[in-house]
Design a protein around this ligand. Structure first.
Ligand SMILES: Cc1cc2nc3c(=O)[nH]c(=O)nc-3n(C[C@H](O)[C@H](O)[C@H](O)COP(=O)(O)O)c2cc1C
Length: 177
């Protein structure tokens, strides 16, 4: 699929037709995330994929209620985390820039977008979710304390083709010098 079409046509999907997504597909999608740039190639994002029916139901119950409703039928979930204290700082934890640990989430976001585009190319819709019960998900997936949970990504068969939410005009967001 042409990259430009993928970028333009990918949408956040909030209605899914039931499907299952297997481990091989998850690996393909996560590999696309792994190919994203990261601070000094530190590759700090980590991925927790949930594909079993029981696991998906449990994970959905730990999302904000509106996200739980929106992801009924999704084929898989990928919880992304970032290893703390490695991006944007030296080995003693001293930050190099005003963004301090902001590059941790930056790395994670780059990986996430690659995964959404790969999923779209493979025929799957996706939804990034930033609202969930952090403590409960950490416990359920045994996420260690040296990682911050960032987003939960739902993947599945689109049961809706939403229009693109309006984007700001280029002149509003771009200054060229
Ligand atoms: C960090 C982040 C968190 C988000 N959290 C949610 C969420 O909790 N629930 C939801 O339905 N959409 C969520 N979204 C999706 C955005 O609302 C969506 O990307 C935006 O409206 C643009 O629509 P599009 O993705 O179709 O281009 C999130 C997106 C990002 C990047």
């Amino acid at each position: 699929m042409e990259l430009n079409n993928c970028i333009k046509q990918r949408r956040s999907i909030r209605k899914y037709a039931p499907c299952q997504i297997d481990k091989a597909t998850i690996e393909e999608i996560v590999m696309a995330g792994q190919l994203a740039p990261s601070w000094k190639n530190s590759q700090t994002p980590r991925y927790y994929a949930v594909i079993s029916e029981e696991g998906k139901e449990k994970l959905r119950s730990l999302l904000a209620s509106f996200n739980m409703e929106r992801t009924n039928g999704a084929g898989a979930f990928i919880v992304t985390t970032v290893q703390k204290g490695l991006s944007g700082c030296d080995s003693e934890g001293k930050y190099f820039s005003h963004l301090k640990n902001g590059f941790e989430c930056f790395d994670n976001g780059l990986a996430a977008q690659n995964m959404l585009l790969k999923a779209y190319e493979l025929g799957y819709g996706s939804l990034i979710m930033g609202l969930y019960d952090e403590k409960a998900i950490r416990e359920y997936l045994s996420v260690p304390e040296n990682e911050d949970i960032v987003v939960v990504i739902a993947l599945g068969k689109r049961d809706i083709c939403p229009d693109m939410p309006e984007r700001k005009d280029i002149n509003e967001v771009l200054k060229v010098f």
